[in-house]
Design a protein around this ligand. Structure first.
Ligand code: TRP
Length: 463
């Protein structure tokens, strides 16, 4: 039975902001600056941009396209385009991946909310060294109640927006939160570049160190391009399913990619100028924002204020991403199982929380519990980011190129973008080549690398 009342975004901008909200997250503000810093600065940026354009963009277009064409969640979308049961399992893999990402993502987002409160309380005021802030962070991690409380607050906030639907919840929320995020980021970046000694940070970030680029870096850039755009598990497909046929898919996809990339670069500038201005070590990995940032802000005038802004920024970025994770699951239950949206939101929130609890306890009560040699949190992160997302993206490209077929795909892609393709006919040609041949091939390498096969092959040649 057709679903007569399926919602749509009220405008093209609504879709762009919601999708950019999903894409822009902890990956941009925390992860990107850190991996770029460690892997050759501007040289990494250059490789990353190539990956974004050659793999990110074509796969993003393909996901939006399948969503808009079928007007369905990932499972329903594949079902509508092929009778082969295998593909509805691929859709289900996306739903499961959503739960997995939601669980560990919410834990970190919970820390961000907790840090808004800690900054406001002035907890960081006596810190002079990152080591002190690090100790403080670790002492918070050891308290299960602290972790669980903020985790719950975060999940409830995410559920709130999804509860009110596509237009009144997600779109409205994104239209308020995304501009706020842009403003906060710009304030913090200006603060960063006007600090004395900021130049060192800019040099560090924009100086290309080509010698640091290895095959490993390329795989890292490719993997991150994928993660940062929220590809490979059906979020973008679901958001695309609320899009109207009047809007151009290549145009909107390009906007999303540009927003996501600009935010990553601006976040990098903000973090490195600030960290270098205070002579801190930029290569601290996951600790960077929770260890260094409180100390850094503490040493500048009005530091409490900027620290609060920073953690609000982080929490907002995470919130618009987790909203999209919940929406995929909700869309599945609403489309396929005919559940009411409200029931689906509550169910998803409860199951998501149950899965997030062990992640949250990975740093205290359950630190001894190991799954495949790592704690719960790390295992779920690895499983999603390094296996399920690239696998999902690989299968999606295969689906478009070989199962659904380029002819049908192009026919639908042209709807709403006739003018775009008249003006840039070569873009269509490029998309076909990239989605059918290049994207699957490159993602196949990422997967081989993850399972360790590339290393074995390389050793064969070296010996
Ligand atoms: N893009 C998000 C970020 O950069 C992370 C992410 C990956 C994600 N896949 C997702 C978010 C799916 C929501 C849905 O932080």
């Amino acid at each position: 039975m057709e679903n007569p009342k399926r919602e749509q975004w009220s405008s093209k901008m609504g879709f762009i902001l919601a999708a950019a909200g999903s894409a822009i997250g902890l990956g941009n503000i925390w992860k990107f600056p850190y991996i770029a810093g460690e892997n050759g600065g501007a040289a990494f940026l250059f490789i990353y941009l190539i990956c974004i354009l050659s793999i990110g963009l074509p796969v993003l277009i393909a996901e939006v396209l399948i969503g808009r064409t079928t007007q369905r969640n990932p499972v329903g979308a594949f079902k509508k385009l092929t009778n082969n049961k295998f593909w509805s399992y691929v859709g289900k893999m996306g739903i499961i991946t959503a739960f997995i990402i939601l669980s560990f993502y919410s834990v970190v987002a919970g820390w961000a909310i907790g840090y808004i409160v800690e900054s406001a309380k002035g907890a960081f005021q006596s810190f002079k060294e990152p080591a002190q802030a690090g100790e403080y962070f670790n002492s918070l991690l050891l308290q299960p109640e602290w972790n669980l409380f903020y985790l719950l607050v975060f999940i409830l906030m995410s559920m709130f927006f999804v509860y009110f639907g596509v237009q009144k919840g997600i779109e409205k929320g994104s239209k308020i939160m995304m501009p706020l995020l842009f403003i906060l980021l710009i304030i913090l970046m200006i603060r960063g570049i006007t600090l004395e000694g900021a130049n060192e940070g800019l040099k560090f970030f924009f100086h290309p160190e080509w010698s640091k680029i290895t095959s490993q870096t390329i795989l890292l850039a490719l993997g991150h391009a994928f993660f940062t755009l929220s590809l490979g598990m059906g979020v973008i497909m679901t958001y695309g399913s609320y899009m109207s046929n009047n809007d151009s898919i290549p145009g909107t996809s390009l906007s999303i990619i540009i927003l996501d990339t600009v935010i990553s670069v601006v976040a990098g500038v903000m973090i490195f100028t600030t960290v270098f201005a205070f002579g801190q070590d930029p290569a601290q990995g996951p600790g960077l924002i929770f260890h260094v940032i409180p100390v850094v802000f503490n040493q500048m005038p009005g530091g409490i204020f900027f620290a609060i802004l920073f953690f609000i920024l982080l929490a907002l970025a995470a919130l618009t991403s987790s909203i999209s994770l919940i929406e995929v699951v909700v869309a599945y239950f609403v489309d396929e199982k005919k559940w009411k949206r409200q029931k689906a939101v509550i169910f998803t929130g409860v199951v998501g929380t149950l899965l997030a609890i062990p992640c949250s306890l990975s740093y205290n009560l359950m630190s001894e519990v190991k799954l495949f040699d790592s704690n719960f949190f790390d295992t779920l992160d690895f499983l999603a980011s390094n296996i399920l997302l690239p696998l999902g993206g690989f299968l999606l490209a295969i689906f478009v190129g070989y199962v659904w077929g380029l002819d049908k795909a192009v026919e639908n892609l042209k709807i709403g973008s006739e003018k775009f393709f008249e003006k840039y006919p070569v873009s269509l040609f490029l998309w076909k080549i990239f989605i059918k041949y290049l994207a699957p091939l490159l993602m196949f390498f990422v997967l081989l690398d993850t399972v360790g096969i590339l290393k074995v092959v390389k050793n064969l040649f070296v010996e």
